[in-house]
Design a protein. Structure first.
Lengths: 136, 136
DNA sequence: CAGCATCCCTCCGGATACTG
DNA sequence: CAGTATCCGGAGGGATGCTG
């Protein structure tokens, strides 16, 4: 109980700090959301969090992603320093992708988000269904 | 050290569980990302995590959001059961928005994401600049 | 105050075809 | 294998104007 109170307080402090801070320009949360909040980035990072992967492995592992979007996503992640791209000198070429230290640090928050999603998506579905029902 | 090892192992288990699970259809993480991963949802929830807010308060608090998108975002959050909308019987009307229990549960993961953003956005900016420099 | 309606334009991202 | 190039439809979302 005391533990939970502390958690709640810590959470309140965190959100308050975020809300009150003046970032003299662009809010870093908005900025990060622009980088990481697109359709595929989180899923690719989560997958790379499991283990180092090659291009086609990722293409098969991340369900529904197109070749084009995987390329675009990986390039952006590489540019942002979250993923390291290694070309092995073989024929045909082999390319490996793995998270950098920075990329790994992102794994914790988005891992929690994934955990939340798995746990609460059914509840959201139910709430949505109930809401729509009430509108009829 | 032993503590850190445990954290890493827990993280690995989490991501592996996510990756290996077969969701017989739509991945709940993708689904949640579709709901929550748009341009404004996270910022609105974070703000509501600080305290209950009225419409115009939110409009001013969430930097850059348009009236239209605030309305759309709040409707979606209400529909998904993350936000409760209360109309007070005054003239002119007063409407209050607050997180539900479900909405509050989302606050933890996205709060961590916000924390990560504030802490690591500068690093991402630096990596990006260095990457672009190397391409010239 | 708290919104809904409409217009309109950007750009995300899917499909497809081609290369080192 | 691991990409690049091009085309293009449709959704996301900003601006503006109007109401209970």
């Amino acid at each position: 109980m005391a533990k939970k109170q502390l958690d709640i307080k810590a959470q309140a402090d965190l959100t308050r700090a975020w809300a009150e801070a003046d970032y003299a320009g662009v809010c870093p949360v908005r900025q990060t959301l622009d980088s990481v909040g697109d359709k595929w980035t989180v899923l690719v990072v989560l997958r790379l969090g499991v283990e180092k992967q090659r291009f086609l492995q990722l293409l098969r592992a991340v369900d529904g992603i197109s070749q084009r979007m995987l390329t675009v996503t990986l390039r952006k992640l590489e540019r942002d320093g979250l993923v390291r791209r290694t070309v092995l000198d073989t024929r045909p070429p082999t390319v490996e992708y793995e998270l950098t230290v920075l990329g790994n640090s992102l794994l914790k928050p988005i891992g929690m988000l994934a955990e939340w999603a798995i746990e609460n998506q059914p509840a959201m579905d139910a709430m949505r269904a109930a809401y729509d029902e009430g509108k009829n």
